[in-house]
Each structure stands twice: as structure tokens, then as C-alpha cells.
Design a protein around this ligand. Sequence first.
Ligand code: GLC
Length: 508
Amino acid sequence: MSAVIYQIYPRSFADSDGDGVGDLQGVRAHLDHLVWLGVDAIWLSPFYRSPMADFGYDVSDYCDVDPLFGTLADFDALVADAHALGLKVVVDWVPNHTSDRHRWFVDARASRDADHRDFYVWRDPSPDGGPPNNWVRAWGEQPAWTLDPATGQWYLHLFLPEQPDLDWQNPAVAAAMHDVLRFWLDRGVDGFRMDVLHALGKDPALPDDDPELLPIPHSALNHHRSTHDIVRNLRGVLEEYDGDRMMVGEIFLLDTALVATYYDGGEGVHLAFNFPPLYAPWDAASWQVQVEAVAREIEPVGWPSWVLSNHDQPRHRTRYGSPARARAAAVLLLGLRGTPFLYAGEELGLEDAEVPAERAVDPGGRDGCRAPIPWDATPTHGWSTADAWLPWPPDADRRDVASLRTQETSILHLYRRLLTERRTSPALTLGEQELLRAPDGVLAWQRRADGDERRVLVNFTGEAVSDGLVGQSTGWAVRVSSDGRGEAGPFGGTLRPDQAVMLAPAVE
Ligand code: GLC
């Protein structure tokens, strides 16, 4: 619960073999960066065998590494090194769908009575010959169904046609997928990030979605009660193992009260992603609503999580629009009660890359946030001489790891100071949280545990603020400031524009 988890998108992190695509040995070679930064765990986005229609979220073999990323031996070496350095390893698990090249689906589509036919969701055409219902797939406003002409039935896919949905009502599917978890648990992984977990259970009647809600993809609308049993059983598999093996569910439902239900009284997920804050603008009132919703809905039933960026959304540096805001957002993220998820590159203050149409590759239009990580200021940024698979993010010759490490005032050092502060303060890691009444445009809260106390003030406005609680906080000392100024001194009672501070009681 006290961990800070760092997401690695393996294609974009670091390349060891010169093909312009990141790989597991590349990750292994850069673990020192993560230890220096001070995170506790890494989450690896998929590195399994895949035809890459959805860049690895279309898995054709759950129990092997795609040659693009290396081998199982490389994975074992990565886990061994990470553990030796005190880092936990969380892997992605993609249970809602396989690749259409997975041997189960290849068999399933061979005939109506194939062994694996009922691993997937097949239906006859509707009376007019069209898809069985009105569900819409992700990206593209197309039906969530594709007709298989050879067998005359449609198969369900909440994502691409190359990602057929598994039928979790079939106990053989659950058993086979549980074995996949055991395969990785036996190799020593510490947990799983579970992809679109809320979508696993479907209403067996497959009723139409409310036409008023279309074209929202069915994956963002589906929350059938059968999913809760599925998730409890997954938890049971984790509990067969010693140690703190954990699962974090991607619950892509934009309603915090619904997200909270997946904790299931301690029998469901250990953590759930809660995405509404990720869609909140840079605005104190909007963030207050989010923090209150988490306090009301999630805190009574489970431990919250917080995330500002990932491989599916424009980076928050890009969304919020300025370096000062990206710095203040780091204080926000690392000051709130709950497990923070960092997305590789946010510690560099990276913006999304501009990806020209001829280099765009993702069917979901998410290339910008997946730009490769610049490790140094050379033209190839510590990658190979080949062009990396996507263009570099803006200012890659200044926002690279090596350059920012030499600058004590950089955002990279700010993240490191925040992580140190968090790790050494019981109030910040596990303490209670109370929102405080603050002037307009400022969000303020206090954390407490075991006599340890911290106060966080975030100024979301472009103006200096010194009234109310801000002016009254002069009895506190600045531990970390988003602009790096005045740390270790008393708080002067004024927040500069877009400044956030972490304060501790001043020592008499
Ligand atoms: C999740 C992943 C996303 C992927 C989708 C389908 O939302 O985060 O990258 O495309 O699931 O697997």
C-alpha cells in the first residue's frame, strides 16, 4: 500500500539490440535510474507474444516473451535484478480478449464444434443478417462484432476485430487463465495490472446498449455483476501464493462509486485505477470534487490509487499546458492518500510527441504519449543509430535523463525529493487525510500518522495567493516546493502562480 509504482511501456523505455524498439534487456540496463529516483515497483505493459495489432494488448501466447522484447530468460534476469535492487515487478495481464492468432481462437474459428469454440462469444446474425446487438467497439464507432463467413456466426470483440473477447462464463476459460497467472507467479512476479477487468463478465442475454449512449464503446459501459465473482476467484489464485502478491484492476468506468464496488469488501482487487481524476482539468474546484469522491466512495472500502498519465492518454504535461503545472501536479500526485502510479517520462516533464500522419501507428491514436524515453542529449538519445519506432518527444535534447540529472533544479530532482519525502514520512505514506478550507483556486489538505504531520497546498491559478489558509500557514516549514525555491526554510505565507508545496510543522 505504501508503494509508488512506475509504469514502463517496454517498446518505448530503452532498446538494447538496436532495432529501435525497447526491450526487456533495455529495462534491465536502466533499473539504476528507478532506484536513484526512489520508486518501489515497476509495472511492465505487455511483452508477451503478439502480432502487435494493439501493440501487445493482443496476446497470442500468454506464457512467452515476444522475440521483439527478448526471451523468458531475459525476463527472469530482469526479475532477479529488480528484486536484488529492492524493486517489485508487476506485469500486465490481458484477460478480456486474446489475439485472433492465439491458438485458442485459430481453433475456435475452424468450425462450430471446435474444442475452443466456446472459449469465445459467438452468436448467429440478427434477423436482418447484421450483428447480434448494437454494441460498439473501442476506437472507430464500428460494431463490436465481426462475421466469420466460414462458420456463419459473429464473434464479439470490445476492441479490435483482432482482439476476440474470451467468454468468462466458460469455466474452462477461467481455469486456463488462472494457470497463466500461476505461470507468472511461479516466476516470481509480485502482482498484476489487469487490463479492462470490469468488462470480463457480460450479461448472457447480450442486450442492446441504450441507443442514447452510443457510440460510447461497450467496454466503457459494461459492468455486469458476474464480474465480481470472476475477480474474487482471481484474488483466490493470488492468495495461493506466499507474500504480498497484488492485483490492480483497470476499471475503465468513469464513475468513482462504480469503481469502488470492485474492492468487494477485501475480496476483490487490492487496488483499482480510478480514472475520473485523470480527466479533470487543471482547476482546484474540479480536483476538490475528485478528492471528495474518492474519500466518500473508495476510502470506506479500500485503498485509493492516483494516476495522471499512462500509455492510453495524452500526458498530463501536455494536458495541463505548462512546465510549472507539471511540477505542481507532481506534488499533488505524491501528496494524496493512496498508491501513486507514475508513467515513465513524467519525471522528465515529457510532453507528447508530435506524430506526423505518415508515422502514426496506433489504431487508437495514442502514439504521442508513447514516444521513446530520451536517456541522453546525443542525437540518438541513448537508443541505437536506427530511428526509434516513434518520433522523440519535444525538447528531447534537453529533457533527457542525463541532462536533467546534472540539474538540481530540474523536474527530475523534484520527483526524487518528493519520493524521498514520501518514503520517510508516515503521514504521507499511510496517514489519514483531511481536506482543508482554502482560498479559491487552491487545494489544501493535511496528512497525519503517528504524530507525524504534513500539509500540502496546491495553487492551480496563474496568480500569487496569500489569503486565508495560505497566509495562515506561516507556522510551517517548506519540505518540498514545486519550483524548488525556499526548501528547508519557513513558509512565507504566499503561493506563487502554479506553485505547490509540501509543508511540515516548523521546529521551534
Ligand atoms: C486497456 C489498455 C489499452 C488497450 C486496451 C485493450 O485499456 O490500457 O492500451 O488498448 O485495454 O486491451
